[in-house]
Design a protein around this ligand. Structure first.
Ligand code: HEM
Length: 582
């Protein structure tokens, strides 16, 4: 082919490089031909790009369509309410009614039921304890909403992300720290934190009464703050502000996370972000104080020796480490603090643990205070137990492991918590096959209606809705070596105990698949042991000195909380503390 400038046309490879080299070799380059070539070249590149995009998008859509068909086909085998419309049950579901809707659905269709939230969104609820246990072991990822709420409020966190891969490492190390060194140390709860709480109770006594929820929140905050940051937290002038900010953030965290697109255009969102930023700078402040305190403490402690500090914390170079119980406590706190204060997410984990730990522990303390105030007979028996085991101490605190009725009361209060109505998981990529033959298709939202499971007669007996700590106890006759299997409440245990004819054995609910206040499986709560021990220790000290009563004249809240198998809101009563020696 001859070109207009007398030379041969560019090589048919259409390659830009070969064109350039051809032009350079011939030394003649007509500007028309060059621009035509460039136009052709651009058109060719564009076509190639469009084809590749088209193929990519088509294969992506085909995959999605395939998944959707798989979802629709597999879902047909799962029983559940028929869909009222193409858009599913969404319009029927409000926050309050979801558990009622699931309760009704489980009654009619069995232990695994489906609900269509929309044409492409399937929710499957599981109520059978064995299936729940299996599902919670196999499905390792959580729904993105929780992770998003934590990320929006506190930044990156490797503890509360939805993907298991992201949290696994930090989960394991923190679990070791909490369940190992923290629980083995002399005092489960820092002694000074306990003193602060008792001081607060004295103040309340002088004032008269207090809202149960408020005082529980303060107790949980003091306990957890002192555990994470050490005694520096208790002297910190900004602690009250920190508590207030944490509670303000708690009110809105899930609301802002529920937007599919973060609502940058809303003023309320920026106000919320401002609160989060203030919380972060306060967290940095207390972390600094805590480190400074540690350094000063180590340098000042006369009983220190020259061992190297093991926990990997920042110490002044060559600073002597310390010995003794107090120091052991301090080391644990520093270790914990360092675990949470990782370089890649400087405050996200600390704030996340403070947030989750305070809210949940406060819920447990609140529930236990309210239940004891309405069950003075159980309170009296716990008091007798505490007094009879007074010699059994751990550090300078009560050894709650020797107090089965107290432990049983903490577990029973946890069982009747209203805080976590649903556990949630998802399996985005793979179908989940359960041993019973049920196949849950990929992309389904999996939920466990915790309240329904914990109020189920078949797991807990006919008094499942009642507050009965004795369900976690079984008896050992005084002359009997073996533990008798029958549970105390089945045999009028309270009478047996009153007459001192037998002693208690606490049956740990760990093996009970229907006990779910801390979740279960691969993503279960890692703070369970610590929370139970700390709350039990707190109540051992509290009930030794005080009686918890409802404010005189206040109507006793109904003890029966069962209504269509759902725990109805247990009101937060006004309570008083009455000194035992007055
Ligand atoms: C009474 C107190 C507490 C209750 C009732 C509670 C309850 C829960 C529940 C229900 C979950 C979700 C479990 C699941 O989905 O299977 C959870 C997760 C978690 N809890 Fe707690 N919790 C408490 C205290 C604490 C404390 C004190 C800490 C830490 C010091 C803690 C750390 C965590 C962490 C890190 C997770 C996330 C685990 C994950 O997503 O892999 N919790 N907790």
């Amino acid at each position: 082919m001859v070109s207009s400038c007398g030379g041969e046309s560019p090589a048919p490879t259409n390659s830009f490089l070969s064109f350039l080299s051809h032009s350079w070799q011939s030394g003649t380059c007509d500007s028309d031909e060059a621009s035509r070539f460039l136009r052709n070249y651009a058109a060719w590149e564009l076509n190639a790009f469009l084809w590749i995009s088209l193929i990519g998008i088509t294969s992506l859509l085909t995959q999605k369509l395939f998944k959707l068909f798989n979802l629709w086909i597999q879902a047909r085998r799962i029983p559940g309410l028929p869909c009222p419309s193409f858009y599913g049950h969404s319009s029927l579901i409000s926050r309050e009614s979801l558990t009622d809707l699931l309760s009704d659905s489980h009654r009619r269709y069995g232990s695994v039921v489906k609900l269509w939230l929309g044409p492409t969104q399937l929710l499957v609820s599981i109520k059978d304890p064995k299936l729940i246990k299996e599902m919670l072991m196999k499905a390792k990822d959580k729904l993105p909403l929780t992770g998003k709420a934590f990320q929006l409020a506190f930044g990156q966190s490797s503890l509360f992300a939805s993907s298991f891969d992201k949290v696994q490492k930090r989960r394991d190390s923190l679990t070791n720290e909490l369940n190992g060194r923290l629980l083995e140390r002399a005092n489960v709860m820092p002694t000074k934190a306990m003193d602060c709480i008792m001081e607060k109770v004295q103040q309340i006594m002088r004032k008269g009464s207090v809202d149960c929820k408020m005082v529980s929140q303060h107790m949980a905050f003091t306990m957890l703050g002192a555990t994470l940051f050490g005694d520096a937290f208790l002297d910190w002038s900004k602690a009250a502000l920190y508590e207030e900010l944490l509670m303000l953030i708690a009110k809105d965290a899930f609301f802002w996370a529920s937007y599919n697109v973060t609502p940058f255009w809303k003023q309320g969102f920026w106000r919320y972000q401002h609160l989060c930023t203030r919380l972060k700078s306060l967290t940095q402040d207390i972390v600094q104080q805590c480190r400074k305190n540690y350094k000063i403490f180590c340098c000042m402690n006369p009983s220190s020796n020259n061992q190297t500090v093991e926990s990997g914390m920042e110490t002044t170079s060559g600073a002597p480490s310390c010995s003794g119980n107090v120091v052991q406590d301090n080391l644990s706190m520093q270790g914990l603090n360092n675990h949470l204060h990782a370089r890649e997410e400087p405050c996200g984990n600390i704030m996340g643990v403070m947030f989750h730990g305070c809210l949940t522990t406060a819920g447990l303390i609140n529930n236990m205070l309210a239940r004891l105030a309405t069950h003075p007979e159980i309170q009296d028996k716990i008091h007798s137990e505490i007094m009879s085991k007074k010699g059994s101490v751990k550090g300078d605190q009560h050894n709650v492991d020797t107090m089965p009725l107290l432990l049983a009361t903490v577990y029973e209060s946890a069982r009747l918590l209203q805080a976590a109505p649903l556990l949630q998981r998802c399996s985005p990529e793979h179908d989940l096959r359960l041993l019973s033959g049920v196949i849950i298709p990929a992309g389904t939202v999996l939920v466990v209606p915790v309240q329904l499971v914990q109020m189920d007669d078949s797991s807990w007996g006919t008094d499942a809705g009642e507050f009965n700590p004795y369900r976690f106890l079984s008896k050992t006759g005084k002359n009997s070596d073996s533990v008798q299997k029958s549970t105390l409440f089945e045999e009028g245990a309270e009478e047996l105990l009153d007459h001192g004819r037998c002693s208690f054995v606490f049956n740990h609910p760990d093996n009970n698949a229907a006990f779910l206040p801390f979740g279960s499986g691969t993503r279960a709560c890692i703070g369970q042991k610590f929370a139970i021990q700390a709350v039990a220790t707190l109540f051992a000290s509290l009930l030794e000195q005080y009686e918890v009563k409802l404010l005189p004249g206040l109507e006793t809240p109904s003890t029966t909380m069962k209504n269509s198998s759902v725990i109805k809101k247990f009101p937060s009563p006004e309570i008083v503390f009455v000194g035992r020696n007055t």
